[in-house]
Write a protein that binds this ligand. Sequence first.
Ligand SMILES: Cc1cc2nc3c(=O)[nH]c(=O)nc-3n(C[C@H](O)[C@H](O)[C@H](O)COP(=O)(O)OP(=O)(O)OC[C@H]3O[C@@H](n4cnc5c(N)ncnc54)[C@H](O)[C@@H]3O)c2cc1C
Length: 423
Amino acid sequence: MAKPCAGLEVLIVGAGFAGLTAAIECRRRGARVILLEGSKDRRQLGDIISFGSNSGRIFRRWPGVEDALDPICHHSGGLDFYAYDNEFLCRQTWDAEEVWGKRFNGHRGEIHEIVWNHAISIGVDIRLGMKVSEYFETDTGAGVVVNGEKVSADVILAGDGVRSTARTIVLGFEDKPKSSGYAVYRSWMGTEKLKENPLTAWLADPKIDHHAGWLGPDVHFLVATLQEGTACSWVLTHKDEADVEESWSAPGYVEEAIKAVEGWAPIVHAIIRATPEEKLVDWKLVFRDPLPTWISPKARIALIGDAAHPFLPTSIQGASQSMEDGVTAAVCLELAGKSNVPEAIRAYEKIRYGRVHAVQQTGVTNRDNWHKADFDLVKKNPESVKLPREPWILNFDCQQHAYDVYAETVKSLRAEPGARPSL
Ligand SMILES: Cc1cc2nc3c(=O)[nH]c(=O)nc-3n(C[C@H](O)[C@H](O)[C@H](O)COP(=O)(O)OP(=O)(O)OC[C@H]3O[C@@H](n4cnc5c(N)ncnc54)[C@H](O)[C@@H]3O)c2cc1C
């Protein structure tokens, strides 16, 4: 029997987690999928990335992917919190949420490679070195200009990340990033140096992955180990009013990172000092106000992932929400069919918009709960530093949700003032 999207041509821009998920989910439904990626090769850039149980369930629907992810991901039962002076605050465990599904945390490049290979294995046509420079749409389709050539399809899902060019087309103006007032030193490194220091040797335990955080006024430091004690990742979020720059590869400097935690526990200094400088990145956290829309005027082009909604890392949901976008867009295209693409694209936006912005806001509230805390009060009520684990975010099946609400969403779109006859 023909698959529901057979005959549908989908063009996807950007092979991040938004683009790859959209590609896999459209392809699973039988669409012909071309994915254009600007980079010339599949890069290993990045370090730790987190997928909550809401996106973990998406990986688990893709044959072979969970088994490939398990050995490279972090598997600790909890996160130990300390105050900046090393006073133990509390341990947050994840047992209660096991029923919601499985989380996957690991190296972005390694997880990306597994998902990329899966996409290729099911017939997604990934083309590298294809940096899209222009977008256009008509009443019957949409296209891009890339390396001077036009490529067209029934619909475009643009997952071209925080510095999206597609966003300018959709909005009609360039949406400049703002400084969030924070930056993150980040590293992914081997544990050789940690093993040499009695203060840090326990982190390189081959039997147990560790996850610990030290919190202080306007700064937090998180460390995680994985892969049988051979790999370590840490992030240090601190105030930074410097220039806005969105790069995953700006060099960081050990002495500068140390300055951000002056007077803190010796173990925090020891972890930072064990970091080879070439493994340290200085990532300025930028912010964007929510966009008024994610879709083009004729509803043939939709933004997905960071292109539509960049996240602060303290939401721990950026990658998960980008995957939810890809699944939802694919379900909407399946239910609308080739002859009704604009309806699918409008429904995609309507289904996703409110949820995404509510989740985005948790990045600010989670960060402020740690950074703006009164540490005398925290020590009296140490449990207050625990991360809120919201069932409405994590115990959520975006695929089922899209199937459940699609019909009523289309009905409400048709009832909106000014709805076009095609809706
Ligand atoms: C190199 C890199 C490293 C990262 N490292 C981390 C990390 O360590 N931890 C973490 O939490 N998050 C990291 N992120 C961000 C994280 O992957 C995203 O926030 C999240 O997964 C949402 O993904 P996305 O697909 O929307 O965007 P992204 O992951 O940013 O993917 C966008 C893709 O679009 C491509 N692209 C951009 N412009 C064009 C164009 N004009 N034409 C064609 N292709 C284009 C980019 O090359 C990129 O592959 C990283 C992103 C990148 C690109």
